[in-house]
Design a protein around this ligand. Sequence first.
Ligand SMILES: [Zn+2]
Length: 508
Amino acid sequence: MNPNKPIAQSVAIRGNKIVKVGTNQEINQLIGEDTRVISLDGKTVVPGLIDTHIHVADFGRCLLWLDLTSAESIKELQSLLKEKAKQTPTGKWIIGRGWNQNRFKEKRLPNVLDLNKAAPNNPVILYHGSAMICAVNSKALALAGVTEQTAVPSGGTIDKNPQTGELTGILRDSATSLVWQVVPEPTADELSEATALACQKIVEAGVTSVHWIVLSENELPIIQRLHAEGKLLIRVNVIVPDALLKETLGFQSTDSLMLRLGGVFIATDGYLDSKTAALLQPYSDDPNNNGKMLLTEQELMASVAQVLAVGLQPVIHAMGDKAIDMALNVIEQTSQRASGKAVRFRIEQAAVLNKELIKRLKMQNVVVSIQPKVIATEFAVWSATERLGIERARWLHPLKTLLKEGVKVAGGSDCPMEPLNPLLGMQEAVLREHFPEQRLSVEEALGMYTLDAAYCSGEEKVKGSIEAGKLADLTVLSDDPLVAKTNRIKNINIELTIINGKVVYSKH
Ligand SMILES: [Zn+2]
């Protein structure tokens, strides 16, 4: 990622910094008595990977749940549930996720009796992979007070046996909340433990820095606690929702390179999958719907001014072209007023673009932060082409065009909604199935997770490439992504993760 020296053999680290990059011969001269020498046998070293969009606390919470994504039959689901029940105190909730009846040998939904049999002493709620359907057992139904007589909430379904009228234990859409609402929140200790586990998983994925998008107030004390206990492991750039700006004023960090409050998330519209992203022209599959702006331009202006006043970065979520246009209006006016003082703006998603919007993004040096796996989902799981029409879909996440026009694009995972693996994200950007003219090269994709991700938070001078003077954050890969088969990039193993000059994860 250093254009002046794109490939090197060896790297020397002193303390937490890289001091020299060069040939083995050059670096060998720096080896002293106390030097720890790590020979990588020709493996590939890349700058420490950066995830610019991850919900770490939520990821942790999911790690506590029973993972059913691999279950290939109801029998297998039952044995996983039985195993989990053995480790869970009687009466405590068991939450699971990820089953899918299409993968089951039995080709049917799991039912209340299946679950009762495997876990008779615990209330159980198991979410389908889509999170829109859940299967529950009798204990869960009883605690939620759901019976055959319960009124069906609008926009939901309570499945019943067509012959007997008995509950099957399957709840759909809004009806899932009938049970979910009685599942107790995890305790502070449980949450903190789960989040520490998430940090460990992140390091194992080769990620050295994250932009932690905070969703709830109770994450802030957890971040502080883990930082104080040395369990954060990764560098964390905290991004809080604008509603929590006040709560963050007392936020403390003893080492701003490891933990800092970086940005404030301001949502201007919703999402394409729920047709709430704000569009200039109506949705092609819903001609009376343009989506919805969540703020007026004046409100966004005020919000941005507030964020800048406390020295933080505005992280503006704008998905539809109408929302992006408004965000750019505000950015243009703000930078005019700031005259000379460079503010680095960032738009989250910037999904539906056009030529003119891209020019304006470039003019204002706005970083576009995207999650390539989410893009793949938009095209594959529900059809973005139908929703937007082919002409607009062509301009949905035009990553190659953005890079060609000189717009910086940073990559993230949106974990736990999508998998954490940054190499999978790179592969998605490289392989992109729909509108293949927007495919990135492997170098460009790597740039999204390293140098451009560092630029996104204004840290390109201290990280994002392997060069003397930068922080010693390195990720060692089992194989070179530049020569790997493009559909195998995601399978490359993480061998070592080095943060601040220290090995924080080693596969062997
Ligand atoms: Zn997200």
